[in-house]
Design a protein around this ligand. Structure first.
Ligand SMILES: *[C@@H]1O[C@H](CO)[C@@H](O)[C@H](O)[C@H]1NC(C)=O
Ligand SMILES: [Ca+2]
Ligand SMILES: [Ca+2]
Ligand SMILES: [Ca+2]
Length: 313
């Protein structure tokens, strides 16, 4: 094989690598995995959760390869990133005990501090940011910063027909959508975030066939299969009163009638407890209003193609 063929072959393999996890992540050989820069600043806890929900970890410069990949991303975004980006290094569990998300202690992470750091300013700095020059600083976990998520390529992943490596999404030919039942309960807003991070959205029931799909999903998740002290006969889905109490619209802005399914359960919506402004379904797939801040199971829906980014088409 001549060199030109080899280069073509290698770049082809690199392109495949780049698609094995998700197209919004970029593969870095020296980091042995995929990274994604989140430019919209978030506090550390939100950043950790979003990476987790995307199937990755808030990135830390665990080795020189990861550090250089993170520096590339921070460098490309510099200008809006003079304060750097959050790393996964934190002391959330015990002040002063700094570990990466993966549990690697700071003493085992090669690092240099920016001048004057760490200073634990006002005794309020329990998270570690990486500056554009690669040096670290301790910062306030509640101040929003951009951040980077990392997915190691150590485990092989399979891209399913749902356009994701998350094999909990299952395609249903009756609707042409993929569905995932989340049995880890979350508030409605966190449920929305989880579906969005997975490349989907809280399920929108568009017809009776889809209501049947939802009923069958529930049947596969009997109450006894879910861990925790929450009501197991309801799940959040994609409609809301958009804070105009009284009118229900889907998260895509349609009335329930326009969306194609507006069957509330008998007596619902009843605006019980402290006011119920978030959309849910019973096991029957009949609709219910629920208190947004309570935690319940939820159902995500995903277009099988929706994680294809523009540059893949
Ligand atoms: C729902 O209940 C809350 C609390 O009781 C009340 O303040 C609110 O006006 C009710 N909303 C509607 C649309 O009935
Ligand atoms: Ca500091
Ligand atoms: Ca739908
Ligand atoms: Ca209700």
């Amino acid at each position: 094989m001549d060199t030109r063929c080899l280069i073509v072959l290698l770049s082809f393999l690199a392109a495949l690598d780049g698609k094995k996890f998700r197209c919004d992540y970029r593969y870095f050989h020296n980091a042995n995995g995929w990274l994604k820069l989140h430019r919209v600043p978030a506090n550390w806890a939100e950043a950790r959760l979003r990476c987790h929900l995307e199937g990755s970890n808030l990135a830390s410069p665990l080795n020189v390869g990861l550090k250089s990949a993170m520096s590339v991303l921070i460098g490309e975004a510099s200008g809006d990133m003079t304060c750097g980006a959050f790393t996964g290094i934190h002391a959330m569990f015990s002040r002063g005990d700094l570990y990466s998300i993966e549990g690697v202690p700071l003493s085992k992470i090669p690092h240099t501090w920016a001048s004057g750091e760490p200073d634990n300013y006002k005794d309020q700095e329990s998270c570690i940011a990486m500056l554009p020059d690669g040096n670290l600083a301790d910062v306030d976990c509640s101040d929003p910063l951009p951040y980077i998520c990392y997915k190691s390529s150590a485990k092989t992943m399979v891209m399913t027909s749902c356009g994701t490596t998350d094999n909990e999404y299952a395609f249903d030919a009756r609707t042409g959508s993929c569905y995932k039942f989340h049995s880890v309960p979350r508030t409605w807003s966190r449920a929305y975030m989880a579906c969005s991070a997975e490349g989907g959205h809280l399920a929108i029931i568009n017809n009776d066939a889809e209501a049947t799909v939802i009923r069958e999903l529930f049947a596969k998740h009997p109450g006894g299969s879910m861990i925790g002290n929450f009501w197991k006969d309801v799940a959040f889905v994609g409609f809301h009163d958009w804070n105009e109490h009284g009118e229900w619209l889907t998260i895509h802005g349609e009335t329930l009638q326009e969306a194609g399914y507006a069957k509330f359960s008998g007596g619902e919506p009843n605006n019980a407890t402290t006011g119920e402004y978030c959309g849910a379904v019973y096991r029957t797939a009949l609709l219910d209003d629920l208190w947004c801040e309570n935690k319940y199971a939820f159902i995500c829906e995903k277009n099988p193609d929706s994680l294809l980014c523009d540059n893949d088409l």
